[in-house]
Design a protein around this ligand. Sequence first.
Ligand code: B3K
Ligand code: ZN
Length: 883
Amino acid sequence: PREIFLKDYKMPDYLFDTVDLRFDLGEDKTIVSSKIAVLSRVEGAPCPLVLHGSDLKLLSIKVDGKELKKEDFHLDHRHLTLPSPPASAFILEIVTEIYPQKNTSLEGLFKSSGNFCTQCEAEGFRKITFYQDRPDVMARYTCRIVADKTLYPVLLSNGNLLEQGDLEGDKHYALWEDPFKKPSYLFALVAGQLESRDDKFITCSGREVQLRIWTPSEDVPKTAHAMYSLKAAMKWDEDVFGLEYDLELFNIVAVPDFNMGAMENKSLNIFNSKLVLASPETATDGDYAAILGVIGHEYFHNWTGNRVTCRDWFQLSLKEGLTVFRDQEFSSDMGSRTVKRIADVSRLRNYQFPQDAGPMAHPVRPHSYIKMDNFYTVTVYEKGAEVVRMYKTLLGSSGFRKGMDLYFKRHDGQAVTCEDFFAAMCDANDADLSSFLFWYSQAGTPQVRVTSSYDPDARMYSLKFNQEVPPTPDQPVKEPMFIPIALGLLDSNGKDMPLTCVYHDGVQQTISSNDQPVCKTILHVKKKEEEFVFANIPERPIPSLLRDYSAPIRLDSDLTDSDLFFLLAHDSDEFNRWEAGQVLARKLMLSLVADFQQNKSLSLNPKFVEGIRSILCNTSLDKEFIAKAITLPGEGEIMDMMTVADPDAVHAVRVFIKKQIALNLKEDLLATVINNRSSETYVFDHHNMARRALKNTSLAYLASLDDPELTDLVLHEYKSATNLTDQFAALAAIAQNAGQVRDGVLSDFYTKWQHDFLVVNKWFALQAMSDIPGNVTNVQKLLSHPAFDLRNPNKVYSLIGGFCGSPVNFHAKDGSGYKFLGELVLQLDKINPQVASRMVSAFSRWRRYDEHRQALAKAQLEMIISANGLSDNVYEIASKSLA
Ligand code: B3K
Ligand code: ZN
């Protein structure tokens, strides 16, 4: 396999003006005819035109109407080359034959439940026709679709519908035109038996946009929330960024077989049905929130991604980091900002930190790749979003908006780079952020250590920062990063002290005067070691550092437990109140893990339990905040902080603490469950979701005690639930404990929901993720369950992905979990390399475990890498993991 490097980027030699496509969709084959108006060579000496192509049968090729002979072009596995094309503009016509029915990779043109659909990002267009399949080649497209009218009554592509009509032999056609230039990865086509929910949106300038969400007819009733989300997103983008939709039509199609969540094709978004379909009985609050966020995300791409796109795939975070940031802000504005921030930071810590510390660590803008699909990662997306957030933190809301406005003004219709975004932010604000660019080029999570000291006589308070960016593959030594630290100082009453001035590098900076006190500031930490000294500080303060998580770093401070309890009770920054509790919990868990490893008996600090009680019973707090604050850090997060990760010890400790809390706070938890039961009708709003979250978190604590009386309570919650959020939470609570009750409820749930593929997937995932001992046998059995199918990505992610998410079982000492995954990766790779590659990633952190586990996992990776016909996707992850 060939590795591609950012440093080798070259502009395309040829640009395309227009592309006219014609699809003759058939049952055994599809004929794709493309007519490209090639513009005269950009500059320089004559050179070949190289087109990408993969799995295509070439039927004919013409230049300016003249058919080329065999000797006039060159064809290999991946390319079609014209050695000496005309020097001036010309028309290139190519006809190919493809086989969508046999395409199980779900990339290019394929069939999902009988309907045709496409997925072209990143490099799937080359599976449809020969093309310069790279994002910096932008052209205007038309698309004519011809198909059987009964089998495929609905024919969709990008842009506006120009014509449609009947043809001979029960066929019909539709002709679509997209007036906007676009890269090939945004091309889309859908043909099938679908019905739509229709609505409209009036834009801020008064234009009417038709909105249609397409699904099989029986699912149309489940698209109401998706439509609500779309309209909310359209309005939000106008209000917050001044961005208006630019066509008369916006289509969303939901399909059941899709490798990822969704795809932002111009005016024809294609979605995994999991992220469109919802009803109170079949979707949880989590699903509703995910739909809102992802519908927003794909819609927001219309400006950040489509109107302004990426020059090359290394720049992926230019559109993804920015669009994730935008969807995070949208969801925050639609619900609770603090709770959303907590969820996003937890995700970063549980998934991105481990990636940044492992063999697949890569910068937000990677330097190289073998298969681009392997770089749609938490680093490019979530850490990329944190990088965008830091611009806003540094420049302020209005400065950030000015930067965005300038970015669109300069680059609308272009394919650009991360430097272009950076330059727009700096130029619009006259700001010098030079070392900030290291966030794009250096991998690894910066580790920042803070020490404080107070001089009562001088009334000076000093904070010293020391930063370290750990070595990562190919980057042994790093430059210091530009880290914004948002901070406040609490007085002994828990109030924010006014900050007047700070000394930094011997220079005095005024923060505020007496008439306009300011209690919050952003420190710009740019050097390896740096000191900030605050003047006029009347007493030793408790610092609230990195408020709202102002930078994606690991922060280590000299705060004592009592400082942390103080912050937990008083910090005006709600995020940091939660964070103080998490720091305490992480410390506690790590020390109990050490006790467990030394066979000491475990005992829980009563102060910690009291801390949890005071939050649980604090009626002035937001209920979803309480639910988050009483939830312990994940096992992955704790293992990530250990020198040698010990899944058994971490699991045992987490279960122990959970039970101790449940035992000590039983009455409070019971009262919380009873006082927060649901009313009959399901409402998706923050107030109701928060209530359900708190009730269900409390229920899970109680169920952990495995006490018959409490099991009855949980069973009662299961039976009386009127929505899936409550029902599934009760099911999950019961499923923690092996036994007859568990088996009975699981089978009852399946009987009830077997007709609904999305609910059945949750049922698979719940069993797969279970921590009950020896669960690999159950999961193995479920592979041959009639509802399971290795060809459907959602099912694979639920059952096999779910299993890898249970550290105790996946990392079982006997190697059974590793063996299970190793064999499946090879089977999956034959069907769908992108899915196989996601699954093999579960092995990538094998060096984090003890020697015994290392040997077992390594053997599986070696077995995989030596298999015949391995895809580039799996090869890249497996070989980098072993390196
Ligand atoms: N841009 C797509 C992801 C494409 C993944 C290709 N393997 C969805 C999104 O991020 O919006
Ligand atoms: Zn995206």
